[in-house]
Design a protein. Structure first.
Length: 822
């Protein structure tokens, strides 16, 4: 009898549900006891087992043994797939006697096996398509070489590597220009290979040879850079000496390129130091960016013209998108030569990118005053006024917005956007006469439409405004039509005693602290998640809100309220830390992440700050609470229009083209909303869109979302995927309960769990999570991840859920905190 077959019987138990196998330990012991006995038939084997275990074998036990019977009684291999045999046997046995539950498990098993086979088949097909496409290109290249080059005979036979060996053996003096061009084209074609390392290594070998022959060619480095990532990926999956040698040689070539480039740029600097590109490449090498090197360049090449150097340095930082450094450099240029209009204009452009529109307006204004004939200075100033109007509009300061839009129009009357923005601001004005405001809105939109007659949006707005005017003409300025329904995306309503924190000297302005805090929060959300948050509307409620109370609303729906005091500040440290300082506090939680926090009364502020602990004032707490609510509702701010805007802004043509297909925009919007609903950033927008393009139409949204989470730029930013979290693994029994509750409806999989089981599951999570700070759940089966998140999100809004495959390489679940089903 064969010992390996007995081992497989044990192993097979884990491949099907326990209810289907349930092979007893005494059967395994009996098999091992008779392993060396000669057995002639299957029935003889069953009789021996019956004698050993002193009972009849169950159907499942007989199936387990029968699946390996041929191998158990001989040394020959099974001539069939045991999985198919067992499934068919189980199906026949269950035809009339098995329970509905077991039938469902079997059907699910068959579906899983079928899905795995289809996925593998799809991957193989895609791989084969790539190989076929490349083979066709390679053959076409060889055909072209055979017709146009005398090197054709060297490429006709053998492997790609043998072909390259013959080519590189030709002495340089015997090659003419056509020969070299042929070799470059061949290297470019070989570099297109995706799944054939022999072609990539051949491309690397030929490109290396060409680089030594013609180092000045820009096409050779492009070939090397195309091949490099493919070889690195190949080396990770299947390390080989050939690939390793190719990569080592590539690194050597890069170093040689860098040294040659330094020499070229050094010579260029001496020859034409005042050229922007010279300084740009000089600094881009990476070894000349320290202050000492910059001072040396300025003193050596710009003596007496230091302002020129600072302006050029600002250009370099601007090109590299280092806007703070660019603004600082332009400031230094202005300090050295304060009458140069161009320097003020350059400063204004940098400040625009930093979204400091007030400062940008000042810079553009000085540039325009110094040189009123320069059109771009005028346009820059007008654009700054327009953006300040945007800010006023976002804060509900419509009269200020009107004033700034008018300034922009006075400077640049031919820009239709300025007139359209002015119309939008007039439409919001309700006092003293809504009728007059609508008339002015129509006049402004008429101007915009006249300047851009093909803009359908302007025409639609005009029709809507005329309808409003007709209604006002019909009914007059009565209460029914005095105020038009206007949904504010985000609003904070606050009590009277908080007015000093939020409002500035004028009631229409925010305080500097509130203004800066809101701007920083919106920028933080945009940078972290890739979603733009609209302006925040602050409403003073002096009627029915108790002191210190505020209400946060999204689309006019109150979501949460809070209360702050001028005499208390928030400390984000655990309560135990404060206890050691002997400080009395009021326990609370951090609204951003659910961590422990505490309110500290005024008399303890100095003591807490002296201990090095940060305190957040009441305004900071409101903004923190607001930011947490916005993060939870990112889907509200990522609709079809926002996704369309992102697509149109993309520099990749295939991605920007998506905006022309409403169906694809809708599908992409649904998928992106699925990501941000779990606070997954969409900052890698182009990568997400490329994945969408590759899978749209033949993969479900559910599949695309889960696979997008695995993209490298997304995976590293998944909530919970860092050392700050304790990773809690979900037990096998819990996953089985979860899998059983997932039902399929069309292309969707939904969680349908009975109330009692649902409560038991939540209790199981609660018992483990309650004792852990910053926890995240980890499931082994990726398809269950989203369903577990849906299960816990209401009670545990700050609890991320990850699948095992999503974890960063250096992370692993804490096996001392397994969440088992109770």
């Amino acid at each position: 009898m064969n010992r390996g077959a007995i081992d497989r019987i044990e192993a097979q138990q884990s491949k099907l549900a326990p209810e289907l196998w349930n092979v007893q330990e005494d059967l395994i012991k009996a098999l091992r006891a008779i392993v060396d006995q000669p057995l002639a038939s299957e029935e003889e084997l069953f009789q021996q087992l019956k004698t050993k275990i002193q009972r009849e074998l169950s159907w499942a036990e007989r199936q387990a043994v029968r699946s390996q019977a041929f191998e158990l009684v001989s040394d020959q291999k099974l001539p069939f797939d045991w999985t198919d045999k067992i499934l068919s046997g189980i199906r026949r046995s269950m035809a009339g006697t098995a329970t509905e539950e077991l039938r469902e498990k079997l059907e699910q098993l068959e579906k899983d096996l079928d899905l795995a086979e289809r996925n593998l088949s799809d991957l193989n097909k895609q791989k084969q398509i790539l190989i076929t496409q490349f083979d066709e290109r390679y053959k076409s290249a060889l055909d072209l070489i055979s017709k146009t080059s005398r090197l054709a005979a060297l490429c006709d036979e053998g492997t790609p590597q043998e072909c390259i060996d013959r080519l590189v053996a030709i002495p340089r003096r015997k090659l003419d220009g056509n020969d070299v061009e042929t070799m470059i084209v061949l290297a470019e074609v070989l570099a297109l290979a995706e799944s054939q390392p022999e072609y990539l290594i051949a491309a690397m070998r030929l490109a290396e040879h060409l680089f030594e022959m013609i180092p000045e060619s820009h096409r050779i480095p492009a070939i090397l850079m195309d091949v490099l990532p493919k070889l690195i990926e190949r080396e990770k999956k299947e390390p080989s000496d050939a690939t390793g040698r190719a990569l080592s040689r590539f690194e050597q070539i890069l170093n040689e390129c860098n040294e040659r480039w330094k020499t070229i740029v050094d010579n260029w600097m001496q020859w034409n130091s005042h050229n922007f590109l010279v300084l740009y490449w000089y600094l881009s090498i990476g070894e000349y960016t320290d202050k000492q090197s910059l001072d040396r360049i300025r003193d050596e090449y710009f003596r007496g013209e230091e302002h020129v150097f600072e302006n050029l340095l600002g250009h370099v930082h601007f090109r590299l998108w280092h806007m703070n450094d660019a603004a600082d450099a332009y400031d230094r240029a202005i300090a050295l030569k304060g009458d140069e209009a161009r320097y003020y204009f350059n400063l204004g452009r940098a400040l625009e990118r930093l979204r400091d529109w007030q400062a940008a307006r000042s810079a553009f204004s000085i540039a325009h005053r110094l040189n009123p004939d320069q059109v771009e200075y005028l346009e820059g100033l007008a654009d700054a006024y327009n953006h300040i109007g945007y800010q006023n509009f976002a804060y509900g300061e419509y009269q200020d917005a009107i004033d700034n839009y008018r300034q922009a129009i006075t400077l640049c009357r031919e820009v239709p956007t300025y007139h359209a923005n002015l119309s939008g601001a007039w439409e919001q004005v309700k006092e003293p006469s809504k009728h007059d405001a609508i008339a002015k809105a129509i006049e402004s939109m008429d101007n915009a439409h006249e300047l851009a007659p093909d803009n359908k949006k302007y025409l639609d707005t005009l029709e809507r405004l005329y309808a409003q005017k007709a209604e006002l003409d019909l009914y007059g300025q009565c209460e029914m039509v005095k105020f038009y329904t206007c949904v504010t995306p985000v609003a904070v309503e606050y009590a009277s005693n908080l007015n000093d924190l939020i409002r500035g000297q004028r009631e229409s302005e925010l305080s500097p602290e509130a203004n800066e805090g809101v701007a920083a929060m919106r920028e933080r959300v945009r940078q972290q998640f890739g979603v733009d948050i609209p302006g925040i509307r602050w409403r003073h409620n002096d009627i029915d809100l108790p002191d210190g109370t505020y209400i946060i609303m999204v689309n006019e729906i109150p979501l949460v309220s809070g209360n702050v005091s001028h005499d208390a500040k928030l400390c984000l440290q655990p309560v135990e830390r404060l206890s050691t300082l002997g400080i009395k506090n009021k326990d609370t939680i951090d609204p951003m992440n659910g961590d422990e926090a505490a309110w500290i009364n005024r008399e303890h502020w100095e003591k807490v700050e002296a201990a090095g602990l940060e305190l957040l004032g009441p305004l900071d707490y409101i903004l923190r609470h607001l930011e947490s609510i916005l993060q939870k509702n990112l889907t509200v701010f990522l609709g079809h229009q926002e996704v369309t805007n992102l697509l149109e802004e993309s520099l990749v043509s295939d991605i920007s083209e998506l905006a022309k297909s409403p169906e694809k925009v809708s599908a992409l919007t649904e998928i992106l909303q699925g990501l941000v609903a779990e606070k997954v950033p969409i900052t890698a927008f182009d990568d997400l869109c490329r994945f969408f393009i590759d899978n749209y139409g033949h993969k479900t949204a559910e599949y695309i979302i889960e696979e997008m989470r695995m993209l490298s730029k997304v995976r590293e930013k998944l909530p919970g995927n860092s050392e700050d979290y304790t990773l809690l693994p979900i037990g096998e029994d819990f996953e089985k309960v979860l899998a059983k509750a997932v039902v399929e409806t069309g292309s969707l999989h939904l969680l349908a769990m009975e109330p009692e089981i649902c409560q038991n599951a939540l209790t199981s999570v609660r018992n483990v999570v309650s004792g852990v700070r910053r926890a995240a759940l980890v499931v082994h089966e990726p398809s269950l991840r989203i369903h577990l998140r849906k299960l816990v999100e209401l009670e545990f809004p700050h609890l991320p859920v990850l699948s095992q495959r999503e974890l960063a390489e250096e992370l692993s679940p804490d096996q001392s905190h397994v969440v088992n089903f109770r």
